[in-house]
Design a protein around this ligand. Sequence first.
Ligand SMILES: C[S@@+](CC[C@H](N)C(=O)[O-])C[C@H]1O[C@@H](n2cnc3c(N)ncnc32)[C@H](O)[C@@H]1O
Length: 390
Amino acid sequence: MPAARPSADHLLDDDALERSDVVANCAMNRERGLDGVNSYAKDLGLQPLDLLRSRIADQGHAAWLDLCCGAGRALAQAATLLRAPDDSAPNGSVSNGSAPNGSVPNGSVSIGSAPIGANGGGAAGPQVTLTGVDLVDWFDPAVRTSSDLDLHVASVATWQPNHAYDLITCAHGLHYVGDKLGVLARALTWLSPGGTLAVHLDLASIRLTDGTDLGRTLRRLLRESHVDYDARRRIVTCVGPRELDLPFAYAGADDRAGPNYTGQPAVDSYYRPLRTGRPSPPPPPPPRDAITVDDGGVSVWRGGQLFPVPWDELMSVTVSRFAHAEADIDEVELTVDLTWGEFATVSADTHGFTEAIEALSVLGGRPLPDLAALRPEDGHVVLWQRPSDT
Ligand SMILES: C[S@@+](CC[C@H](N)C(=O)[O-])C[C@H]1O[C@@H](n2cnc3c(N)ncnc32)[C@H](O)[C@@H]1O
């Protein structure tokens, strides 16, 4: 049975999501290598090594960023093979063991950073930067200690690179991320000119907060931005860099979405529309100013804001006619004087004006003034006066 859809109030923020059992899940497959049965080549449909070698051939260097890199096996294997003089070199620098220390740090922890060919194993080789980012330090032991890799324990929701990449991958990582579209949009801008991005993204896990499925809309928006989506394999690919300006604001995540197409429990991501593409309706008229009188005191609404004045802070309420011929002003006003010297005036077109005058006259024990006959020289006619303390 599908999980109950959460109301927008119950969506998780990134902190809560990253502590959720679904995300900090030790049973995930974090062990994909470069090629073979359990691999990036099989699941993402590309050969990272071929791409990196072709960039090295073109420009003498290459950089690969693997987001949600898991144990980091694919990166470590790339390091070994790119360091080796040819493909016959052993593919054995990475063990199959895992070294979970299980910690989920708050910030980004950088573990190693050494482009191969600079001060890594292949001093005379090409410059290759291999960067991995994962929320948890479950790196393979050989990977952790490799000086060829630039590893970061951080959330992809906040991590930022300081240079561009020729290849950016995220194999089955966004399934556990809240703002999937935000990470995708940021990663697209990190591509070097001609760089390749390949990322798993299940569009069925992205919805508006009212539950609307965004799949079709997103496919269209991606296509319009020249970002490819393989709906069968659920892979976004792009040769970039690219600006992806999607009209949605991230609202939060649901970690109770249940298994996704991989069969593993995953995270649904919720968004609010930022714009509809249709002409906006005219803005509503500004709220009308209003005045009410009740047991609590006198309340004035101005520009949608409420200014309540309790009885014990009222000095007096008067009504007067204010006329200024040169300025073309001639109107009846109510003046509310406060005990500490401030005052507020309320014009006759204010909602509740007549009712307030009637109520204040009754409460003040004074005759109801004839507003039509009120003259400027009558000054302030008292409706209600604070009883003297003596
Ligand atoms: C299914 S594993 C895939 C790992 C690796 N890409 C592979 O294919 O072997 C998903 C990975 O995403 C990581 N992950 C989940 N949320 C993340 C986040 N917000 N930031 C970084 N990594 C995250 C998990 O820790 C996990 O290692």
